[in-house]
Design a protein around this ligand. Structure first.
Ligand SMILES: Nc1nc2c(c(=O)[nH]1)N[C@H]1C(S)=C(S)[C@@H](COP(=O)(O)O)O[C@H]1N2
Ligand SMILES: [Mo]
Length: 198
């Protein structure tokens, strides 16, 4: 029913809205940061992909912004129970960033300016599921929301969407990131309510 009427009307009626279990809707955009907001000048900003210790791809801001970008509209779900629907972003797909990377690694650690890390399976970054986003709601991403650029992985709880993203490291073995080491679930599927380690 939900899917049929949604497809038919082309937008969601209020009665159609389906939130993951235990979530409530908010119109605000709360700021959740584990530490101070790092200020990253565009002149020194870079995004790298490393395979173990070897950096295999590197972009400075101009090279990064010269890549083709996309404008996803997605729902986001924070483990602290707020959700926002139909948020609009601009960013570079991880498929684009990984286009020339060959690896047999199955996991990644995402690293941010200012020390934050988060881990996820590499396949969750691929297939149109993840972006390095630099614009939100038509405006440059504000520093408190992760500007100049943040990861956006909307199908997982929002702590996986690392703000001030600096790069990703490919790993053969999975390794818990910042919140995952402090008790948040290793994977974090909001539809399965994977908030904490069992
Ligand atoms: N670098 C970094 N990224 C981060 C965080 C953080 O503390 N540091 N918090 C995470 C959490 S728990 C959430 S819910 C979202 C919050 O993003 P927002 O502040 O833009 O709402 O960022 C995630 N990414
Ligand atoms: Mo969060």
């Amino acid at each position: 029913m939900g899917i049929i009427s949604r497809g038919f009307s082309g937008r969601r009626a209020a009665s159609d809205v389906k939130l993951p279990p235990g979530q409530y809707l908010t119109k605000d955009f709360p700021v959740l940061s584990a530490g101070p907001t790092p200020r990253v000048p565009l002149e020194t900003w870079e995004f790298t992909i490393a395979d173990g210790k070897n950096v295999v791809q590197r972009w400075d801001w101009n090279a990064f912004r010269a890549l083709p970008s996309e404008t996803p509209t997605v729902d986001i779900h924070c483990v602290t129970r707020w959700s926002k629907l139909a948020t609009t972003w601009e960013g570079v797909s991880l498929d684009t960033l990984f286009a020339n990377v060959k690896t047999d690694a199955s996991y990644v650690t995402v690293e941010s300016y200012g020390d934050y890390t988060t881990n996820l399976p590499l396949k969750d970054l691929m297939g149109g599921q993840a972006w390095v986003a630099f614009r939100f709601d038509g405006k440059d991403l504000a520093p408190e929301h992760g500007g100049p650029a943040r990861l956006l992985v909307p199908h997982l709880y929002f702590w996986k969407s690392a703000k001030w993203v600096h790069g990703v490291t490919l790993m053969r073995d999975d390794k818990p990131g910042f919140w995952e080491s402090l008790g948040y679930n290793n994977y974090g599927d909001p539809w399965k309510e994977q908030r904490y380690w069992e």
